[in-house]
Design a protein around this ligand. Structure first.
Ligand code: G3H
Ligand code: 13P
Ligand code: ZN
Length: 332
């Protein structure tokens, strides 16, 4: 058993309280590789932003849970080396689906876990989330639970359709589970195809797809029921068109990929939404840079040659999100 405090990590309690009060959101970036970790830390340090580094079950399977945990510990030391005296870094389990997985992460030094019981019947979601909260709080680890279902398909997260969170359930759910933050469903979804072309309209000038707006009425209802309570948005990548275009130009095939417009995320960040999850945009930034580099330098085969621009491109994207969308810069 190792406490996150020994690793220099922090939980989300104070971070979220400040974010809700200050009208900004903390970036929660998924990571699977060293380059993503480096880019996240560099971006957070340069912008003086708190940051959540999150690990999915798929990431644990890909990279090994122990390695990821040591990478997060390394992230804290790296941030200090880059000149940040007091880094505020959370190591978070993304979409934990069992008590055992959450316990395993808590026992190995995670400072925050998500228990995602959103696909379970309401009472079963409460029972599972409560069990995780009881164990986590013994170790001062904070817990995100989820109510409402996001549409979208990822390796470990899948549902064909979304069901918005019901505002009338949130008080009962948060009180009975004791969760520290609540992930809600208001129209975001996972992956680079968040909406079908049929769900969108087309911009007559550019011909690009314009997605339907998020359900801000549902968010505001939830905020009224739970004033000041930390709300989380999953599936919040914007799927930047320039990255999609680069991927398609250099041999990729991502037709009609579409994400959440950044203006809407900016608006959400000013509300009780205090954690915004971004994974797909990092994947797109990395893939676009690698495809471009290899197409332009066909004789190169040293991974450092193409991973360096990939890391730079991800860092640029992380800084953009922090400064221009979430507003978490200059908070350390
Ligand atoms: O919400 C899902 C995250 O993007 C993680 O995806 O399960 O493919 O690692 P993954
Ligand atoms: P995106 O697929 O929109 O990046 O969402 C990531 C996420 O919600 C991770 O939990
Ligand atoms: Zn998610």
């Amino acid at each position: 058993m190792v406490s996150f405090k020994e690793l220099g990590l922090v939980n989300t309690r104070e971070m979220f309280a400040k974010a809700v009060k200050g009208g900004y959101a903390i970036p929660a970036f998924n990571f699977n590789t060293m380059e993503q970790m480096q880019a996240i830390v560099q971006a957070a340090v340069e912008t003086k932003s708190p940051v959540i580094m999150q690990v999915s079950k798929g990431a644990r399977n890909y990279a090994n849970a122990t390695i990821l945990r040591y990478m997060a510990q390394g992230a804290v030391e790296y941030a200090k080396e880059l000149g940040c005296a007091n880094p505020q870094i959370v190591l978070h389990l993304d979409h934990g689906d069992t008590f055992e997985l959450c316990k395993d992460c808590i026992d190995m030094g995670f400072s925050s876990v998500m228990i995602d019981g959103s696909s379970l019947p309401y009472e079963d979601n409460i029972a599972l989330s409560k069990k995780v909260v009881e164990y986590a709080h013994q170790h001062d680890v904070t817990v995100e639970a989820e109510l409402g279902v996001l549409a979208g398909v990822e390796d470990e997260v899948s549902s064909a359709v979304s069901h918005y969170t019901k505002p009338e359930e949130v008080i009962d759910f948060s009180q009975r589970t004791g969760c520290d933050s609540l992930a809600i469903s208001i129209g975001t979804s996972h992956g680079a195809y968040k909406f079908t072309p049929e769900q969108c309209t087309r911009d007559p000038k550019t011909g690009k797809l314009v997605p339907p707006p998020l359900a801000f009425d549902v968010l505001h209802e939830i905020e009224k029921k739970l004033p000041g309570f930390p709300i989380v948005l999953h599936g919040s990548s914007s799927v930047p068109q320039e990255e999609v275009d680069t991927i398609n130009k250099f041999g990729g095939k991502l037709p009609d990929a579409v994400g959440i417009p950044e203006e809407q995320l900016r608006e959400a960040s000013k509300s009780a939404v205090c954690k915004i999850n971004i994974d797909s945009d990092s994947r797109l930034a990395m893939t676009a840079a690698i495809r471009k580099y290899l197409a332009e330098n066909p004789s190169h085969f040293d991974p450092r040659q193409y991973l360096k621009p990939a890391r730079e491109n991800m860092k640029k994207m992380y800084i953009h999100k922090i400064v221009n969308v979430l507003g978490s810069n200059d908070k350390l």
